[in-house]
Design a protein around this ligand. Structure first.
Ligand code: PAP
Length: 331
């Protein structure tokens, strides 16, 4: 049986055993309830057994390619936006940004860029990733240390998008309460778990630091972006992203305002209003159909002010500041 390892040296002793029965591994791990599914602490990250199982299968079967580009995020940090932008940029020689048949007008951004770890792998087997032509755009919420072996040695490029943690919590809270009609978590309870680092793929600070450290030591390989900075100047960031993806804008494109058109096409208001993103439901993870609109809520920077008391905000800020101290990463 293959025993792929995390490519992070500190985890190399903790080999992941690829197994159809990965979920049984979790019986020996620390477990916490509260969110819509129990979470298990595996090598420093709180994940569901389904994600652990999927990550192991990906470790065992997925073959990274040197020209793969991995879009990585902590959940609710702007994944949908990053997928849309990256897809449009990478494919603009085939699909004119202003074209009325552009795939983004008819497909949900989540369906244009596949996610590495799908909780129900029967839904989309790893073979589907393998069948994709190069260069592949892929996405993941996995912590850096969990990325498939080979992504580091092959120097696959990574775009990491992070978001102000208080806004992430608010977005996550709204989202999980839409997941199942029989589940509801009070905001105070979600806050307490989050502040302790107990949330999907958490602690959030370790998720951020895993990618941040890579971006500091190897900026050519890891582009580290912040949601609020992108919202403040999307055109600048779209140009930066295009450069990093290896498809910089030509002078002619700049003169024709193509970067601005990309921003418009992928803007929250535009995407939210499209029928494909506002009507219907899809099951993207297996056994859990979600409204397509649930990925488009308000997209407000600072929405935490509507949910957290001053005391809560201070408490989370202090924890984040303490955890990120000395790293150079600030919000
Ligand atoms: P995911 O992790 O489930 O894929 P993700 O896309 O990362 O979710 O996060 C959703 C957030 O991004 C939502 O934030 P909110 O709850 O604070 O509103 C969503 O509104 C926001 N979002 C979605 N599309 C865009 C976009 N095109 N531009 C900016 N923000 C967006």
């Amino acid at each position: 049986m293959a025993q792929p390892e995390f490519d992070d040296a500190k985890h190399s002793s903790g080999a992941l055993v690829a197994s159809e029965e990965g979920e049984s591994l979790t019986s020996k791990l620390p477990r916490r309830e509260g969110w819509w599914r129990p979470l298990f602490l595996f090598q420093g990250s709180w994940i569901t057994p389904q994600v652990l199982n999927s990550a192991m299968l990906v470790q065992a079967q997925f073959k990274p390619r040197a020209d793969d580009i991995i879009l990585a995020t902590y959940p609710k940090s702007g994944t949908t936006w990053l997928k849309a932008l990256s897809f449009v940029l990478a494919n603009r020689s085939r699909h004119t940004v202003t074209g009325d048949k552009h795939p983004l007008l008819f497909q949900h951004p989540h369906d244009l860029v596949p996610t590495l770890e799908v909780p129900d792998r029967a839904l989309r087997p790893v073979a589907e990733l393998e069948a994709r032509p190069s260069p592949r755009l892929l996405c993941t919420h996995l912590p850096h240390a969990f990325l498939p072996s080979g992504t580091s040695s092959l120097r696959c490029r990574i775009v990491y998008l992070c978001r102000e943690p208080k806004d992430v919590l608010v977005s996550l809270w709204h989202y999980v309460n839409k997941m199942r009609p029989d589940f509801f978590i009070e905001f105070d309870r979600a806050f307490e778990l989050f502040v302790q680092g107990i949330s999907f793929y958490g602690p959030i600070w370790d998720h951020y630091l895993g990618y941040w450290k890579q971006s500091v030591t190897d900026p050519d390989r890891v582009l580290f972006l912040k949601y609020h900075e992108m919202m403040a100047d999307p055109t600048k960031h779209v140009k930066m992203l295009a450069e990093f993806l290896g498809v910089p804008f030509t002078r002619e494109e700049e003169s024709a305002n193509v970067p601005e058109e990309v921003v418009k096409l992928c803007s929250f208001d535009h995407l939210k209003g499209l029928p494909v993103n506002s009507v219907g439901r899809s099951d993207r993870i297996g056994g859990l159909p979600m409204d397509n609109s649930s990925y488009f809520r308000s997209a407000k920077v600072g929405d935490w002010r509507n949910h957290l008391t001053e005391e809560m905000a201070n408490k989370l800020d202090c924890v984040i500041e303490e955890k990120l101290k000395g790293s150079g990463l600030i919000f």
